[in-house]
Ligand binder design. Sequence first.
Ligand SMILES: Cc1cc2nc3c(=O)[nH]c(=O)nc-3n(C[C@H](O)[C@H](O)[C@H](O)COP(=O)(O)OP(=O)(O)OC[C@H]3O[C@@H](n4cnc5c(N)ncnc54)[C@H](O)[C@@H]3O)c2cc1C
Length: 596
Amino acid sequence: MSEYKAPLRDMQFVLKELAGLDNIAKLPGCEEVTAELVDQILEESAKFASGVLSPLNKPADEEGSKWENGEVRTPKGFKEAYKQFVAGGWNALQAPAEYGGQGLPKTVSTPVIEMWKSANLSFSLCPMLTAGAVEALLLRGSEQIKDRYVRKMVDGTWTGTMNLTEPQAGSDLALVKTRAVREGDHYRIYGQKIFITYGEHDLAENIVHMVLARTPDAPEGVRGISLFVVPKFLVGRDGSRGARNDVKCASIEHKLGIHASPTAVMIYGEKEGALGQLVGEENRGLEYMFIMMNAARFAVGMEGLALAERAYQQALGYAKERIQSRDLAGGGKPVPIIRHPDVRRMLMSMKAQTEAMRALAYVVAAAMDEAHHYPDKEGRARNQAFVDLMIPIVKGWSTETGIDVASTGIQVHGGMGFIEETGAAQYLRDARITSIYEGTTGIQANDLVGRKIAREGGATAKEVTNAMRAVEAQLGSAAGEDMAEIRAAFSAAITAAEECVSWIVVTYGNDIKAVHAGAVPFLKLMGIVCGGWQMARAALVAQRRLSEGKGDKSFYEAKIKTARFYADHLLTQAPALRNAIVRGAAGVMALAEEQF
Ligand SMILES: Cc1cc2nc3c(=O)[nH]c(=O)nc-3n(C[C@H](O)[C@H](O)[C@H](O)COP(=O)(O)OP(=O)(O)OC[C@H]3O[C@@H](n4cnc5c(N)ncnc54)[C@H](O)[C@@H]3O)c2cc1C
C-alpha cells in the first residue's frame, strides 16, 4: 500500500489559476489570505495528512471501531491522532475568530479538507460532523446556547453529530417520529436514531448531538420538525460538564467500508427523557438543516474527489512496479504494466476525472466565499445561485465518479486489487457510502431538476452554459490540434446540456415523472460538462503559461494532454446521455410493477 502524498502542484494550480485565489483575498473579511500563507497551510496540512492520518488508514480499517456496553473504542492511534489534530488547530480552520476559530475562507479550507479525506476518510468524518453542528448552532442557536457549546467544539474538546435518520425516515425526513416534550426552558427527547456517524466514541470529553424531533402538537410532515441540541453529558451555564444525559449508544453497525468510523444506533429517553434545548424556533428544524445542507453536501462531494485521488496514486504506483507482458512495440522482456495502452487508458481516465472534480469543487468553494463576502448584494446573490445549482452536481457527480475511479483502480491492480493487502479495495469500499449518505444520488438529482432548474425556468443553468460558450470561443482562437479537439467535444457537450435544460423546463409541468426518470443521467451529464468546462479553462491557462515560457513546463503540457483525454473520452459521452434523458423515460416507466 502506498502512503498518501498531497497533490500540492495541482491544488495550487487550481486555487490560483481557476478558483481565483487572488480575488478571494480581496474580498472584505478575507484580507489576511496571502499566497504565502496559503502555501504554508497546504504544506503543513500535507505533512499531517501523510505523516499522521495516512499511516492509520489501513490498520484502522482492519481493526474497526468496537462497541461494548454502550461505549465505543476507536481503533489504535485515533486518539493520539485526534489530539495532534486539535493541537495543530486543524479543527478550528473554518470557525469564526470570535469562537476561537481561524475563519479561513472556504477556498483555502477546501484543499486542506481534501487532504484529510484522502489520507483517512473515517477519521475525517468526526471533524466534518463537528463543523456541521457548529454551523447549525452559530446559525440559529441562542447566545446562551452558543456560549455553552461552540468554543469547546471549535477547540475540539467536544465533538458534534447530526441525528436525522430513523428506521422509517431516511430520504424522507417528513417521517421523523422522535418526540420532544417541553418542560420549562428545556425539552425531554424520546426516540431512536440510526446510522449516526461518531454518535459515540472515545476521542473527546463530550458529544453534542443535533437532533431532529417533533413536539406533541406539531403539524404533520416536514413543517412539524424541530432541531434540538442534546449533549451526552449535560452542560452547566458556565460551560462545565455535568451528569450523564439519558442518551445512549445501543450498538454500532457492521459495514462495507469506513470501518473505523463508528455508525451508531442512538437511544434517547429510555429512562426519564434526554434533556435538550431547542435551536431556533419550533417546527423550523428542517429549514435550518436545509441552510446547512450546502456545506454538508459539498463536503461529501469532496470525499468522492479525495478517494479518487488516493485510488489514482495507489494505482499509478502499482502500474510502475508490476511487471507483466512484453511491450506491444516489441522487445524481449516483460515490462511494467504502465507501458500497456489499456493500463494507460485506465490511469488517464482516473487522473483526468480526478483533476476535473478538483477544479470544479474549488471553483464552487470560491463561489461560496463570494456568495458570503462579495461587497454588493447582487454579486452575492449571483454567486449563491451558482452555488445552489452546483451543490447537487458536486455531491452527486463527484461521489459517483469517485466510486468509478476507485473501481478502475482495482482493475489496474488485476487480482491484487481484489485482495485487501494492496489497499486498493478499501478505497472502493470506503467510497461506496459517499453516494448514499447526505442524500442519495437520486435525491441530489431530484433537487437538481426540480428546485434548481425547473423552478427558476433554467435561468442559472443558462448563465452557466453561456459562460461555457465564452470558454468555447477562447478555445476557438487558441492554436493547435489539442485545443481544436477539446473545443469540438466541448461544443457538442454544451449543446447537449442546453437541450436537456430546455427539455426539463418545458416538460416538468406536464410530465414530471419523465423528467425525474432522467434526473440521474442529467446530473451525470452536467457533472461531465462542468468538469470539461474547468478542464478546458485549465488547458487555456496552461497554453498561455507555456507560450510565456513561465513555470513548470512538464506540468502544463500534461495538463493540456489530460484535458484532451477528458474531451475525447468523457465529454463525448454527453450527447449519448442527452438522448437517454429526453427519450429514456418511456423505457424507465414501461413495465407494470408485476412485470419486474
Ligand atoms: C455509514 C452511514 C453513515 C451515516 N451517517 C449519518 C449521520 O451521521 N446522521 C444521519 O442522520 N444519517 C446518517 N446516515 C443516514 C443516511 O443519510 C441515509 O442512509 C440516506 O439519507 C438514505 O436513507 P435510507 O438509507 O433510508 O434510504 P432510502 O431513503 O430508503 O432510499 C432507498 C433508495 O430509494 C431511493 N429513493 C428514496 N426516495 C426517493 C425519491 N423521492 N426519489 C427517487 N429515489 C428515491 C434512494 O435514492 C435509494 O436508492 C448514514 C448512513 C450510513 C450508511
